[in-house]
Write a new protein. Structure first.
Length: 95
């Protein structure tokens, strides 16, 4: 364990508005909105909510099951083709 203190570096950017418009100044000086009223992750009142996808875990699970079945069917088809090809190669193999 080290007895030395860690080095801490802090920096910030500062923007100064010498003569801000009244509407901008009013908006900047307002207190932040009360976040306790909203639940974390709540997008009900979000302005872009019409473009959000409706996510359903059940639908996602069905899609994953269907994709897995399709992959398994493709693997079985390829294994059959390989076994047929191996069988044909053994027929023509010289003794």
């Amino acid at each position: 364990m080290s007895t030395k203190k860690p080095v801490v570096v802090e920096s910030y950017d500062e923007i100064v508005f010498t003569e801000p418009p009244e509407s901008f100044l009013a908006r900047v000086t307002l207190p932040p909105p009360d976040e306790s009223k909203k639940k974390r992750g709540d997008t009900k009142d979000h302005p872009l909510s019409p473009w959000f996808l409706n996510f359903s875990e059940a639908d996602e699970l069905l899609q994953l099951v269907a994709a897995r079945q399709q992959v398994q069917a493709h693997i079985a088809k390829l294994r059959r083709q390989i076994s047929l090809t191996d069988g044909q190669n053994q027929q023509f193999k010289p003794l």
